[in-house]
Write a protein that binds this ligand. Structure first.
Ligand SMILES: C[S@@+](CC[C@H](N)C(=O)[O-])C[C@H]1O[C@@H](n2cnc3c(N)ncnc32)[C@H](O)[C@@H]1O
Length: 262
C-alpha cells in the first residue's frame, strides 16, 4: 500500500504542495521552505532536530485566530527561518511574538523574513532570539507555546520543564502546540499537559501520519497538594486517620487469633 502510494499519489501531492507553498511564500515576501541538517549549520548535537518548517496550514487549523486575545503572547521554541513566527504575527492579535533559535544563520534568515513582511504584520512586537532553548529564560507572560519537534528525549523533557516552571512561577492559562509529537507520552507522564485538540496526519502508515500530526495541550498549575505546606489541622487529621486504621487492623488481628485459638 505504502509503496503504491509512494510511486503514484505521493509525487503528485508533494509537487502540488510545493507549488502552493512557493506561491504563498512569494505572496507574503518570505522564504522558509527548505530542509537543513544541523551539521551543515555547525550546531548539531544529540537530541537536537534539523530545520524543517511546520506545514503551512497547521497553525490556523489548530489555533483559529478568534481563539487568541490581545494579551496573549506567542513563542516558537526552535523558530528556524521564522515561518511560525511570521504566521503568528501576521494573522493573530498577539501582544508579542517571540522566536528562539540556536542557529545564528537560521535566525538571520528569520529576521530578514520578518523585516521584509513587517508592513503586513498584525502584531508589531516580534522578537527573534539567538539562543539554546535550554539556556533561554522562559518569559512568564507567554501563553501560547509552539514546538515543531525541535528536540527529542531528555532535551525535550528539559524544555517542557521550563514551561511548567514558568506556569508555577506565574499561574495562568498556557496552550502548547506540538507538531510531530514524538514525545507525547513523556508529556502525559508529567500529568500536567492535558490534550485538548488533535489534528491527525492522513498518511498511509502510523509513523508517517504522526510526523504530520499536531496536538494541542493545556498546561495545569501544580496542584496545591504538591506545593502548599501542610497545615497543622490536616497533619492532625492525617495522623488521626492513620491511627484509626492501625487500631482497626490490630482489632482484626486479635479477632483472627481469637477465632484460631478457640
Ligand atoms: C523542525 S525545525 C522547526 C522550525 C520552526 N519552528 C518552524 O516550524 O518553521 C526545529 C528547529 O529547532 C532548532 N533547534 C534545535 N535544537 C535547538 C535548541 N537547543 N535551541 C534552539 N533551537 C533549536 C533547529 O535549529 C530548527 O530550526
Amino acid at each position: 500500500m505504502r509503496r503504491l502510494f509512494d510511486r503514484t499519489l505521493k509525487p503528485v501531492c508533494v509537487s502540488a504542495r510545493s507549488v502552493t507553498i512557493r506561491w504563498l511564500e512569494r505572496r507574503n515576501g518570505i522564504h522558509t521552505e527548505v530542509e537543513i541538517e544541523l551539521e551543515d549549520l555547525g550546531v548539531d548535537a544529540p537530541g537536537r532536530v534539523r530545520y524543517k518548517p511546520a506545514a503551512w496550514f497547521i497553525m490556523r487549523r489548530i489555533l483559529p485566530p478568534r481563539k487568541v486575545a490581545s494579551d496573549d503572547v506567542f513563542i516558537d521554541m526552535g523558530s528556524g527561518m521564522g515561518r511560525a513566527v511570521f504566521q503568528a504575527a501576521r494573522s493573530y492579535p498577539f501582544r508579542r511574538v517571540i522566536g528562539v533559535e540556536i542557529s545564528n544563520e537560521l535566525n538571520r534568515a528569520a529576521r530578514a523574513n520578518i523585516d521584509r513582511s513587517r508592513g503586513r504584520l498584525r502584531c508589531r512586537e516580534v522578537l527573534l532570539v539567538s539562543a539554546d532553548i535550554l539556556d533561554y529564560e522562559f518569559p512568564d507572560d507567554v501563553t501560547v507555546v509552539f514546538f515543531n519537534n525541535p528536540l527529542v528525549g531528555e532535551l525535550f523533557a528539559a524544555a517542557a520543564e521550563k514551561v511548567l516552571a514558568s506556569v508555577d512561577r506565574r499561574p495562568r492559562r498556557v496552550r502548547v502546540i506540538y507538531c510531530n509529537p514524538i514525545e507525547h507520552e513523556m508529556l502525559m507522564r508529567t500529568g500536567r499537559f492535558r490534550p485538548v485538540r488533535r489534528l491527525r496526519g492522513l498518511r498511509p502508515s502510523a509513523e508517517w501520519s504522526r510526523s504530520n500530526s499536531t496536538r494541542m495541550y493545556e498546561v495545569s498549575a501544580r496542584s496545591r497538594r504538591d506545593t502548599a505546606p501542610e497545615s497543622r489541622l490536616s497533619r492532625r487529621l492525617r495522623g488521626g486517620v492513620r491511627y484509626a486504621l492501625w487500631v482497626r487492623c490490630r482489632a482484626e488481628q486479635f479477632r483472627h487469633l481469637d477465632v484460631a485459638g478457640r
